[in-house]
Design a protein around this ligand. Structure first.
Ligand SMILES: [Zn+2]
Length: 369
C-alpha cells in the first residue's frame, strides 16, 4: 500500500469514488455535512457489492447507514494542509497519518473497531468524531449506573451561555476564561451547591461567519434530589430566571445570559440530550471551510492555540465517583478512541479485517487478513 503524502487538496475536490460498474471515476465532493449524506447514498445494494469486490471499506450502522470513515479521513487531510500552511509541520504530519490503519473484528454481520492509529489531536475531524462517540457511551453508562444506584436522583439538562466573542485568539481566550471561571464559582454558590449531587459539563463553540464571532456555551447535566428539588415546600426548586441570575452573577456579567433548563421527559429525548452533550466542541464544518483557505487557517490557528490547554469536558460529584468506579475517566482509559460501546462479537466465529487508507484513491482498501 502506497501511503504517499498529498501535495494539495485538489484530490479532495475531485475525489475518486467507485462506481456501480466497478470502474473508478472522478466525482465532485464538497466539504459540508451533505457530503456525509452523499457518501451514504453509496449504500445501495449494488454499490455495496461492487465496493466489497474492490475491497473498499463498508461499515454500516445497524440501520444501514454507512459510518463516515472516508469522509472524516478526507477531512483530516484538509486540516493537515492547513497546519502545514501555518508552519505546524509535525502536527500536520500527525493529522495526515491519523486513521490510515483500521482493524476490525467482524462476524460477517457487523464490524467492531479493535485497533487504529488515531492521532488524538484536539481538532482532528476523525478523532473528534471518535471522541464524541466515546463520550456519549461513557456519559450514558455513568448516568445509567447513577440512576440504578440512586433512583431518587433526577438529571436536569442546562445550557449556559455568554455573549458571542470576537473570533481572535484574545477574544476567544478571554471568553473561555469567563465561562470556566464562572463555572467554578457557580458550583460554589450556596443555592447551586445545596441542590447539585453530581454534574457533567462540556464546552461547545459555534462560529458565526457573518459576524466573525464565536458563540461559547456549556452543556451541563446536573443531578438533583428529585424528592426535595421538586417539592415546593423545600424551597429548592429554581425557575429558569433564577438559574439565569445565578449563572450571570457567577460569570460576573453585566447582562442576563441566555440559559435553558430542562428535565428529560422520555428515553428518546434522553438519547438526544446525551448526544447533544457529547458532541464535538467545534464541528469540523465550522472551521474547515473548503472554499476559503484563509478563513480556515485563521480559525485553525485560533482554535489550536486557545483549546490546547483547556479542559473541555469534566465530571463532578456522584458522576465523577461512578465514572471512576467504572474506570471510564480519560486518565484511566488514556483517551480511548477505539472502544465506543459498539457491543460484542463472538471471538470464536469472528475474523479480523484490516483496512489501509490509500492517499491516491482517497479510499480505504482491505489489506491482508
Ligand atoms: Zn486524529
Amino acid at each position: 500500500m502506497n501511503h504517499t503524502k498529498q501535495a494539495d487538496d485538489s484530490f479532495f475536490v475531485n475525489s475518486i469514488k467507485p462506481q456501480k460498474s466497478g470502474q473508478i471515476e472522478s466525482t465532485q465532493s464538497t466539504n459540508s455535512e451533505n457530503s456525509e449524506n452523499s457518501e451514504n447514498s453509496e449504500n445501495s445494494e449494488n454499490s455495496e457489492n461492487s465496493a466489497q469486490n474492490l475491497g473498499i471499506l463498508s461499515d454500516p450502522r445497524p440501520g444501514g447507514e454507512e459510518r463516515p470513515w472516508r469522509l472524516k479521513k478526507l477531512k483530516t487531510l484538509l486540516l493537515a494542509a492547513s497546519f502545514e500552511r501555518l508552519g505546524e509541520v509535525q502536527l500536520a504530519e500527525r493529522v495526515r497519518n491519523c486513521g490510515t490503519y483500521l482493524e476490525f473484528i467482524s462476524d460477517f454481520v457487523q464490524k467492531i473497531l479493535r485497533g487504529a492509529n488515531f492521532c488524538d489531536c484536539r481538532l482532528c475531524p476523525m478523532c473528534v468524531w471518535r471522541r464524541s462517540l466515546r463520550l456519549a457511551y461513557v456519559l450514558s453508562s455513568v448516568m445509567d449506573e447513577v440512576e440504578r444506584d440512586q433512583p431518587y436522583l433526577v438529571p436536569l439538562f442546562l445550557t449556559l451561555t455568554i455573549k458571542n466573542c470576537p473570533a481572535t485568539v484574545v477574544g476567544l481566550s478571554q471568553a473561555l476564561t469567563v465561562i470556566f471561571e464562572g463555572w467554578n464559582r457557580f458550583l460554589k454558590v450556596k443555592q447551586v451547591k445545596s441542590v447539585t449531587k453530581g454534574w457533567f459539563r462540556s464546552l461547545e463553540l459555534t462560529y458565526n461567519r457573518e459576524a466573525d464571532t464565536f458563540h461559547p456555551h456549556m452543556h451541563v447535566v446536573v443531578y438533583v434530589d428529585g424528592l426535595s428539588y421538586f417539592d415546593r415546600c423545600e424551597n429548592n426548586y429554581k425557575k429558569t430566571s433564577e438559574w439565569v441570575q445565578l449563572w450571570g452573577s457567577a460569570c460576573r456579567l453585566n447582562y442576563d445570559p441566555i440559559c435553558d433548563i430542562r428535565r428529560i421527559q422520555n428515553d428518546s429525548e434522553r438519547r438526544k440530550d446525551i448526544n447533544e452533550m457529547a458532541k464535538y466542541t467545534v464541528k469540523d464544518t465550522d472551521f474547515i471551510i473548503a472554499n476559503d483557505l484563509l478563513l480556515t487557517d485563521k480559525l485553525v490557528l485560533i482554535l489550536n492555540k486557545v483549546l490546547r490547554k483547556r479542559r473541555l469536558t469534566a465530571f463532578g460529584g456522584v458522576l465523577k465517583q461512578v465514572a471512576t468506579k467504572l474506570k471510564l475517566l480519560d486518565k484511566e482509559t488514556k483517551g480511548d478512541l477505539i472502544h465506543v460501546g459498539d457491543g460484542m462479537i463472538r471471538e470464536d466465529i469472528a475474523v479480523i479485517l484490516r483496512y489501509f487508507w490509500h492517499f491516491g484513491f482517497g479510499q480505504y482498501f482491505k489489506g491482508e487478513e
